[in-house]
Design a binder for this molecule. Structure first.
Ligand SMILES: [Mg+2]
Length: 236
């Protein structure tokens, strides 16, 4: 029987991609040099470099700020912009990003509904403690989280399954009593599955399904449907 549901944070409960999209118009104001590039092109570059550089923070190669600065340097290099300081861009982007925070639609309602059914809620996320705690607090869902596991303090980042072992330990449950829901196939589905934690893939962008035996949800709402799917999966 499932006792705890773990969630990924970014792009599962917290609408990182949506915030990036709304922050984009601020970037255009700050960097008129990118006017000839479409929104889709800029977003593709942003997400590609994020994936590429953030993992070097997670694996300990660079400190948090360094990974961010290098990411901005790579972005400016890509656009051949030589007269802008990557550190200035990093700070500008963060300021705009945190001014536009929002949750994925249905996230709060889903957490409340799961808790009202007696389930504990955990978060297993890759990032710095200060950023992730601020996101939960600013979006006013911190009081709904029972167990918070963040790579920086856990000492391991997804897809290292040891971060899930820590999450199980903190929640005092065995793998059969836990479920993980997240948008990243390798980090949120394959990694917890290695420990025997049931995983649900949150396929927000309707990507092709790598393994049809894994339960997939494409939206957190209607919450009643998400709950029904989670409970069905929990009983399998
Ligand atoms: Mg994610």
């Amino acid at each position: 029987m499932i006792k705890v549901v773990f969630f990924d944070l970014d792009d599962t409960l917290y609408d990182h991609a949506g915030i990036v999209e709304t922050t984009l118009h601020k970037l255009r104001e700050r960097l008129p040099q990118i006017a000839q590039h479409s929104d889709a092109e800029v977003l593709e570059l942003y997400h590609r470099l994020l994936e590429q550089y953030h993992k070097h923070y997670i694996d300990g190669t660079w400190p948090f700020e360094e990974a961010h600065r290098r990411r901005w340097q790579a972005m400016l290099d890509h656009w051949a912009i030589a007269d802008v300081d990557p550190e200035e861009m990093r700070l500008y982007w963060r300021e705009q990003y945190f001014a536009n925070q929002k949750l994925v639609t249905g996230a709060r309602e889903l957490l409340e509904a799961l808790r009202s059914r007696g389930l504990a809620i955990g978060i297993v996320t890759n990032n710095s403690v200060s950023d992730q705690v601020a996101k939960l607090r600013d979006c006013k869902i911190d009081h709904l989280i029972d167990h918070l596991v963040i790579s920086e303090e856990a000492g391991y980042g997804k897809p290292d399954e040891r971060i899930y072992a820590i999450a199980l330990e903190r929640a005092c449950v065995n793998p059969a009593e836990a479920m993980m829901i997240g948008d990243h196939w390798e980090n949120d589905v394959l990694a917890p599955s290695k420990l025997g934690i049931k995983a649900v893939w949150f396929n927000r962008r309707s990507a092709s399904q790598p393994d049809p035996s894994i339960l997939t949800i494409t939206s957190l709402e209607p919450v009643s449907e998400a709950i029904a799917a989670i409970f069905r999966e929990g009983l399998r």
